[in-house]
Design a protein around this ligand. Structure first.
Ligand SMILES: Nc1ncnc2c1ncn2[C@@H]1O[C@H](COP(=O)(O)OP(=O)(O)OP(=O)(O)O)[C@@H](O)[C@H]1O
Ligand SMILES: [Mg+2]
Length: 224
């Protein structure tokens, strides 16, 4: 077997609030292989989002390491990590985070523009993705003019505009009806096949979870 694309090694995360310490993750290990589809399950507050943020270098562990292709990301500075995220990781947040003052297509273009892609090329990429996701007619709409499912798909398009190898998604079907949820599920697995993506998805959705060959359950700060 090849080496893992991402490794979480002995990761502990402690939050401090008002003098109290909460140990959310306790010595968690995780190895993710290229083109794998992994699903992370667990009760509300179990630390799923925390782990996904650490995996995506949006947050740093209190202890332990995160490696990408053998490179220890915990030793990298914030600027290097921002570059790493922009190039290698697509992130779909639990609460979309679309920017309200930008249209759908502008939201999708943003990571590409930040990554130094020309306006023209970014627009071509964003247009292609929005079309692929059935949102061509919505491309000039602002977030307030989009439905929940459309929001979610724009967030997925934005996560893919830099052609990442790894897609991390936090409850991508949360708050969606059955039909929209099914569409997102189909989309993820077709993207995995077509783009060779590695998928790490946090979900409460039992139906979605059964589609993953590998399911992991977080409980009390470690794997159950
Ligand atoms: N910045 C923070 N400061 C203090 N505590 C935090 C912080 N972020 C998260 N927590 C706490 O850490 C725990 C895990 O939070 P996390 O968001 O990872 O849970 P989750 O498994 O994603 O839950 P959900 O399914 O509800 O999204 C929670 O108890 C939460 O209150
Ligand atoms: Mg969460």
């Amino acid at each position: 077997m090849s080496d893992p694309i991402m490794v979480v090694e002995n990761v502990t995360k402690v939050y401090e609030r008002g003098g109290a310490k909460i140990e959310v993750l306790k010595s968690v290990d995780l190895e993710i292989y290229s083109n794998e589809a992994v699903c992370i399950l667990g009760a509300s507050g179990a630390g799923k989002s925390t782990l996904l943020h650490i995996l995506g270098t949006l947050d740093r562990p209190t202890q332990g390491r995160v490696l990408h292709n053998g490179l220890d990301l915990s030793r990298e500075g914030d600027e290097a990590l921002a570059l790493f995220r922009n190039r290698e990781i697509g992130f779909v947040f639990q609460f979309h985070h679309l920017l309200s003052e930008f249209s759908a297509i502008e939201n999708v273009m943003l990571p590409a523009r930040i990554g130094g892609v020309s306006e023209k090329e970014a627009r071509v990429r964003a247009h292609k993705l929005l079309t692929l996701l059935g949102l061509e007619a919505r491309k000039d709409h602002y977030p307030t003019e989009l439905s929940g499912g459309e929001h979610q798909r724009v967030a997925v398009a934005r996560a893919l505009v830099q052609e990442p190898k790894i897609l991390l998604a936090d409850e991508p079907t949360g708050n969606l009806d059955t039909e929209n949820s099914r569409q997102i599920q189909e989309l993820f697995f077709s993207l995995k096949t077509r783009l060779g993506l590695t998928l790490v998805v946090v979900t409460h959705d039992a139906n979605f979870a059964t589609r993953f060959p590998r399911r992991l359950m977080l409980k009390d700060g470690h794997w159950n």
